[in-house]
Structures are given as C-alpha cells and as structure tokens.
Write a protein that binds this ligand. Structure first.
Ligand code: TXA
Ligand code: MG
Length: 329
C-alpha cells in the first residue's frame, strides 16, 4: 500500500492524519465521523464552539455539505478552487453539528497542494482539518513543526515539504446579501475584487459571528516569545528602554535594503523578505525559530499599512496580542 492509500485507510478507521496544504499543515479527520472530529478538538485543545473547515477533493462535493450555493459562491469556486479560499455556506441538515460548532453554516475548501488532493481523492469524502497546532498557537508550515508539537498525539503526518503560502486561507462568508471576508489570508483581496467587482465584497467579521471565528480572537497565532510591533523609527529607542531593564531583546525586520539607515548595533536581528507574499511564507517558521532562542522580547518592525499586507499585519497583531496581558504586568 502506498503512503496516500495508507493515510486514507487510517482516516477511514477514524484516525487522525496531518497533511500538507498550500497554506499550512492541517490536522485531518473524517468529517462524518463524530468521534474522530471530537479527537481533533481534544488534541488541539480547541473549544467545541469553534467550527472546523471541511476539505473536499473538488467543487462537485460541495453539494454534499452546503444546503444552498449562491451564484457568487459558484463563481468563486470556479475561479479559485483548488486554492487558498474557504467559503462559509448554509449547512445541510445532515452535516454533523460537531464540525460547525453548533452553527447552521459550514466552511468548505478545496486545497491545491498535490498531497492534500491525492489524499482527498483516495479518501473520497470530506476531511475536517484545522491547522495542525495547539489552539491559539502558530500554525505549522513544515511537517517537522507538526511532529514537534502534536506528533505524539496523532496517528500519521504526511510530509509535503514547506507550504507555498505559509498563511491560512482567506475565509469568505456567503450567508449575507453580499460575500464578506471573515479572515484575510493567502488569497489576496485584489483577486476577490477582480472576480466579484469592486463593490462585490465586504470586509470584517459580523459582530454576531466574531466569537465563532478563532482567527477573529484578538489573541491567536501567538508564539511563546513576547512580541511588540513598532514603526521602524521607534525600534532603537524602545530597545534601549528594554535593554536598560536587563531584558534580552531581538528585532525582526523586513529585509528591504534600508537597514543601514536605522542601524541597531546592540541587537540580535532577524529578517524576513521585503515582499508580502515572501514575508508571509516565512513568518510562522521564523516565529518558531525565535521561540527557540527564548528572548525576553522581540520587537517586530511594522510592515507597511497597505492592503497587500493585510493578512500579515492581521497575524502579527494577533501574535502580539497573545501577550498583551503579560506586558501589562
Ligand atoms: O488554510 C487554512 O484554512 C487551514 C488549512 C489546514 O486548510 N485551516 C485552518 O483551519 O486555518 P482553522 O481551524 O485553524 O481555522 C478555520 C477557521 C476558524 O477561524 C473557524 O472559526 C472558521 O474557519 N470557520 C469554520 N467554520 C465556520 C463557520 N461555519 N462560520 C464561520 N467561520 C467558520
Ligand atoms: Mg488555526
């Protein structure tokens, strides 16, 4: 039996299989098997009312999960599936409510990673797959990250190398009159606008849905290291204050060729690429790496406040918010 068939067999037996997607690694379970889905919640330490995304092999399978597929959803599926877009649609009555966190809507996505697609085709059904990390922590973008954090609790980890996007999918809700972005992510807003028209898309979680979207919690995607985000001009002064307190401080900067203009000679510096897609691809791995150094504080140079950086800025803000309370004390 090859590796994919073996993994599909494990899933049919109700086991948990971590697999690569083009965004981040997912922790997969048979979405129709309630006991297996409950184990996903247990392994992640995820509250039961935070729903999971159902991953499918192709758009035709969406009818097995969604009660209704509006025209705009069909348009987005045709354009962006397989790919890093998740659609929230009204759920059919037979969709286990353990997946939807008790809601009458279900999130669906067809990933484009070849290993994910082969697994989904071999398995034949929907796979509930949250990011393969502990609730609130940084998502894994390499198989080694999954092994390091959840390895002992899951049955199999498929290795598909580093994820090409490195940030979670963009989530769009089709429950309202107009498609609405609930979570910025790997699919850029410009692509959605191009598909739906300039006014065809709205932004931001509805107040009602906010608590149901863990990505929408202020503190999420957080490393163990305490992060602060500051404009480039402020980094040196802030670092001086922290160093004077005797703290071990590092800086995470954009490698945009301007470092020489704001030299920070006293500090250990880490870099991420200057372009948003490249920065996103490396962000989570870099945050994990920083954790291994156990700095008291890492100062992150704020990326530009521009639409192309929305998903990155969103994740950085939540990663820093994870420690807001620690900073107060
Ligand atoms: O890129 C991704 O989306 C990755 C890969 C593995 O596919 N998955 C991922 O899953 O990020 P997770 O569980 O970490 O985040 C799923 C998000 C959560 O914020 C969840 O609340 C939201 O999807 N979600 C799921 N079902 C929903 C629903 N019915 N209504 C609103 N949000 C929903
Ligand atoms: Mg997650």
């Amino acid at each position: 039996m090859n590796e994919i068939e073996n993994a599909a067999e494990c899933l049919r037996e109700g086991k948990l299989v971590a697999f690569p997607t083009e965004t981040v690694y997912g922790l997969g379970a048979d979405a129709r098997n309630e006991a297996a889905v409950l184990r996903v919640f247990a392994v992640k330490g995820r509250p039961a009312d935070h729903p999971l995304i159902v991953h499918l092999a192709d758009a035709h399978q969406a009818d097995e999960w969604a009660a209704e597929i509006p025209e705009a959803a069909r348009c987005l599926m045709a354009r962006f599936w397989p790919g890093p877009l998740t659609l929230v649609l009204p759920a059919r009555d037979d969709v286990p409510r353990v997946i939807t966190g008790g809601q009458d809507s279900v999130a669906l996505r067809v990933p484009s990673h070849p290993v994910a697609l082969s697994l989904l085709r071999a398995f034949g059904g929907g796979l509930a797959a949250p990011s393969a990390n502990r609730f609130g922590a940084v998502s894994p973008t390499e198989a080694g990250h999954v092994h390091a954090t959840l390895g002992s609790q899951i049955d199999l980890v498929l290795d598909g190398g580093s994820c090409s996007f490195g940030l979670e999918s963009t989530i769009v809700s089709l429950l309202g009159p107009r498609p609405r972005v609930l979570r910025p992510g790997a699919l850029p807003l410009s692509a959605l606008r191009e598909a739906l028209g300039k006014d065809g898309i709205e932004f931001g979680a509805l107040p009602m849905s906010a608590p149901r979207v863990p990505g929408a919690l202020a503190a999420h995607y957080a490393p163990a290291t305490v992060l602060e985000i500051h404009a480039c001009e402020i980094l040196a002064a802030r670092a001086a204050v922290l160093l004077a307190q005797g703290l071990r401080v590092a800086v995470l900067r954009r490698d945009n060729g301007l470092q020489g203009q704001t030299a920070l000679p006293m500090l250990t510096q880490f870099f991420l690429p200057a372009q948003p897609e490249d920065y996103a691809r490396g962000l989570y791995a870099r945050l994990r790496e920083l954790d291994a150094f156990a700095f008291d504080r890492v100062l992150v140079e704020a990326p530009p406040d521009e639409e192309a950086w929305w998903a990155v800025n969103d994740r950085l803000a939540r990663a820093a918010a994870g420690h807001a309370r620690k900073l107060e004390t």
